[in-house]
Design a protein around this ligand. Structure first.
Ligand code: ATP
Ligand code: MG
Length: 349
């Protein structure tokens, strides 16, 4: 029987609640589909920091390389460790250490879920965000600090390799989905990096003649996600633009309780990291109120990435069977606890 080794990083706050609820569901899916998942729980978190002075052991990233995938709850508990320390030492360290340059987020309105839009247009988009460079590269500086002539410069970095790999991943995904790709820029205003992005889009598109490409400016596609979401399928965007568009996507799909994310190195050879988009939610931690569906959805992304497509689809079908009944946690307008909702998904499998 095929066995996958998964690094389980519950992290902080509701991270451990959603992970403890979701993991048995994934194991049941695996069992039904004829493979097994072996999880190693790694306690790397703010608690760990308070005991050891670091968020993870010095060889943490090296330890992770031995796994087939990383499944993460949430990182950061600002009441104990400042976010810039916990995120940098754990999340960013893993992302950079394994060069997880692509961030993929599916946005879809599940059956029975009431989104904020008054529309019955289908909403099913896969946003692919460049995760390591672009506007968040951190290049720049300040001159004449504090003076009348003070200047702050933030330089976006777009490398040929970085732009090409995120676009290529987008085209691959478009092939697996509706054969349609939206490339997001602001090339009418940003005439260096975004014109380059357009050129790279054309160049990569030549290898995918079966995929229909449309270029959108980021402002126009932001509006389109709300007015005509059914015209979009795979959306590829830079770090900043992707950050903003995926927040819009998460809002339309019903909020943070649903949004899931895959951090992938498209070159392969290292584990991907799969996580709910939400944080540790200190305001509801320990109350059993956290919605586990984003974590379960992230689990489905992980199974798909491992090549277990049937298992991923069975899990999504079970999730949707439950949401269609109107059952859910309080953020969904329901009265189930985290573990009750996860148990309902298991029952629906
Ligand atoms: P971070 O800085 O880590 O993003 P945050 O507090 O800004 O932390 P979240 O932790 O994601 O962001 O929480 C934002 C809000 O959404 C909170 O009110 C939280 O209770 C709610 N929330 C987040 N995740 C869930 C969830 N899975 N189920 C229910 N409510 C959630
Ligand atoms: Mg936040």
């Amino acid at each position: 029987m095929k066995n996958y080794r998964i690094a389980l990083l519950p992290g902080d706050g509701i991270g451990s609640e959603v992970m403890e609820a979701a993991w048995p569901v994934l194991q049941t899916v695996a069992e039904r589909q004829g493979f097994s998942l072996e999880g190693d729980w790694l306690p790397w978190s703010c608690d760990y920091y308070l005991k050891h002075g670091t968020m993870m052991p010095a060889d943490g990233v090296e330890q992770l390389r031995a796994f087939d995938a990383i499944y993460l709850g949430a990182v950061g508990l600002p009441a104990t460790v400042p976010d810039h320390v916990s995120l940098r030492e754990l999340l960013l360290a893993i992302r950079q250490g394994l060069d997880l340059s692509v961030n993929a987020r599916p946005h879809r309105l599940l059956a029975g879920v009431k989104g904020p839009l008054r529309t019955d247009r289908p909403f099913d988009i896969l946003c692919i965000r460049e995760n390591t460079e672009g506007e968040y590269a951190g290049a720049g500086g300040r001159v004449h600090r504090g003076g009348e002539l003070e200047v702050a410069v933030e330089t976006a970095i777009f490398t040929r390799a970085g732009v090409e790999r995120v676009l290529r991943h987008g085209f691959e995904q478009a092939r697996l989905r509706g054969g349609k790709l939206a490339s997001v820029t602001k090339s009418n205003a940003q005439r260096h990096s975004m014109v380059f992005w357009d050129e790279m889009t054309d160049r990569v598109a030549a290898d995918y003649p079966d995929v229909a490409v449309t270029r959108y400016h980021v402002d126009a596609i932001a509006a389109r996600m709300i007015t005509h979401p059914e015209t979009l399928d795979v959306v590829v965007a830079s770090n900043l633009f992707g950050d903003i568009l995926t927040d819009i996507g998460a809002a339309i799909q019903g909020g943070l309780g649903f949004a899931a994310s895959a951090n992938i190195n498209p070159a392969g050879g290292v584990p991907g990291m799969f996580e709910p988009v939400h944080g540790s939610a200190p305001d509801i931690m320990g109350l059993g109120l956290a919605n586990p569906l984003a974590t379960l959805w992230a689990g489905a992304l992980m199974l798909r990435h491992l090549g277990e497509i049937a298992a991923a689809e069975a899990l999504m079908a079970a999730i949707e069977k439950v949401t269609a009944t109107g059952a859910g946690t309080p953020d969904m307008g329901g009265d189930l606890s985290t573990t009750q909702l996860a148990a309902a998904v298991t029952a629906a499998l």
